[in-house]
Write a new protein. Sequence first.
Length: 182
Amino acid sequence: MAGVRWLKPQKRAMSSEKVRSARSLSKVLKQALKASAREPSDSPCGKSEGGATLVRYVLAWVPMLMIAIANGALRQATFGKVMPELRAHQLSTLIGSVAIGLFIWLVIRAWPPSSGRHALLIGLVWLILAVAFEFFMGLVLAQRPLAHVLHDYNVLAGRVWVFFLVWLTLAPWVFFRLRGAV
């Protein structure tokens, strides 16, 4: 696959700073998972209607990752070949936002959060997972420079990835609120 740069890692030694960052992230995620496994009465989110804890929502992020990878493959195999890179990025972000939005809607219907605050916490967890994955793939596995990884966050250059991250964060709350309004 010529267009998938992160699959072709360059041979460079990983800096000790990157190793420390990866270890710190790992500790934070482990603490979050431990905290979510506590009894519902101990949890700041309380018990949801379906008894869902934060662990379910962390696990629900994995299919979102698969949707995102499929979206990237679709882009590379089709419209990414026939349109400018910026337009392909924008279209792919829109398609991914809709596809993942539909999945989030299904998740919130199946496992409704206990409150608006819980829904926002779910979105924040998904945001942290998405950004951590993005940086891990770019900096650690693909050995790309930080400036290259940050390129997709430049809204002034027409990059719209930030809007996807905002949607990912707020979608659980939006669907929770819509569920209550119906």
